[in-house]
Design a protein around this ligand. Structure first.
Ligand SMILES: Nc1nc2c(ncn2[C@@H]2O[C@H](COP(=O)(O)OP(=O)(O)OP(=O)(O)O)[C@@H](O)[C@H]2O)c(=O)[nH]1
Ligand SMILES: [Mg+2]
Ligand SMILES: [Zn+2]
Length: 357
């Protein structure tokens, strides 16, 4: 019989990197749900609840090792029904990460900024926007940069086409700011355009749904699952106070074999990675910039700036440049903070200093 883990995306490469854990008697599993420190893990023997082992918990404090939905992990299965212990997190092939401010009270480092892995080992990221008042090209650019950084393939979904008479025009507008990225207009309410998603739903593939609260991520997932499994709130209940229908990240399996990760809507997405995501999401600006007079031009009013010239010529949307400069500033600030923190944690000569608090 086929290995049941293959339906979860397991393959020969995973098996190879798992070998040392297998030698220790651990079983492979995939994180399907994360709720504070409680996890649901899918294994060949079925699903089990799990917690981090003490050692992993200590190690995880130091970096990005906390298990996230979509992660492959090594678990020690309990002898009978009970809680499994997660021993290790396998190196991620891709991820979607954002900057988050830690909560949970002062004892847990509340207020500290850290990375939050929304989903791991994803093939495709469905970036969902509403075609109603929520429509915002600048936000889409932000999600694109973060997706490219994390190594998944972005696909843009413009939902609620039933509410928007200019759906085709908006789709063209979005296509122009995301060259090479597929853009689909569709409606979870009427199922119009949903068939465009079929090609992404191969068995063993993992797709994460991302976007602001209320754009219809769970509604689309319910359509694909052909059930009302994911909770959805009436539109009027979404408000500025941050009411969310979905409260936890969760991996769901389609009967045909693909896996969908539902996520709670983000009020704002702050970049975290320093990869080339920003360049990829704005490669038109990069291209203009090769013709700026100064190699280190900031496109901020310097003479001979080809990017400013492109705006004057109508070849570049000025709002797109503003957004690009804003995102770049965010990344610069992060980079400075990170190097400060590295100096504080490791001290001169790379010696590790005792952690405070
Ligand atoms: N008219 C219309 N309404 C929709 C459509 N898709 C979703 N909605 C409505 O939009 C509201 C939000 O849908 P959800 O699926 O809960 O949105 P979500 O993105 O999962 O929101 P969070 O879980 O809070 O992040 C619900 O009231 C849905 O009924 C659509 O295609 N057309
Ligand atoms: Mg939801
Ligand atoms: Zn310039």
């Amino acid at each position: 019989m086929e290995n049941p883990l293959e339906l979860l995306g397991w393959d020969a490469r995973w098996a190879q990197s798992f070998a040392p854990h297998a030698m220790e008697g651990f079983a492979p599993g995939r994180i399907a749900r994360e709720d504070r420190d409680q996890y649901l893990v899918l294994t060949a023997a079925g699903e089990t609840t799990a917690r981090m082992s003490g050692r992993l918990r200590r190690d995880a404090q130091a970096g990005d090792l906390r298990p996230a939905v979509g992660d492959w992990v090594a678990v020690r299965l309990p002898p009978a029904a009970g809680t499994a212990l997660i021993q290790a997190v396998m190196e991620r092939r891709s991820r979607f990460v954002r900057k988050a401010v830690r909560g949970g009270g002062p004892a847990y480092g509340e207020g500290r900024t850290e990375e939050q892995v929304m989903a791991a080992n994803i093939d495709t990221a469905f970036l969902v926007s509403g075609l109603n008042e929520d429509f915002n090209p600048r936000r889409i650019e932000r999600y694109l940069a973060a997706t490219w950084d994390g190594g998944a393939r972005p696909v843009i979904l413009l939902n609620k086409s039933d509410l928007c008479p200019q759906a085709a025009a908006r789709r063209a507008e979005v296509s122009a700011l995301a060259p090479g990225v597929a853009v689909h207009a569709l409606s979870a309410a009427t199922a119009e355009g949903l068939e465009a998603l079929e090609p992404y739903l191969h068995p063993g593939r993992t797709i994460v749904f991302l976007g602001s609260s209320g754009v219809g991520k769970s509604s689309l997932i319910n359509r694909l699952l052909d059930s009302a499994r994911q909770e959805v709130l009436p539109v009027r209940e979404y408000d500025g106070r941050g009411r969310h229908a979905t409260t936890a990240r969760e991996l769901l399996r389609l009967p045909r074999g693909a896996m969908l990760i539902d996520t709670p809507g983000l009020r704002e997405l702050r970049l975290w990675d320093e990869g080339d995501g920003l360049q990829r999401a704005f490669d038109d600006i990069d291209e203009f910039a090769t013709r700026c007079r100064f190699r280190d031009c900031r496109h901020d009013g310097e003479p001979g700036c080809a990017v400013r010239q492109a705006i004057d010529d109508g070849a570049l949307d000025p709002l797109r440049l503003v957004n690009y400069l804003k995102l770049r500033r965010e990344q610069d600030v992060l980079a400075v903070r990170r190097s400060q923190r590295a100096r504080m944690t490791f001290g001169p000569g790379g010696k590790r200093l005792p952690r405070r608090g």
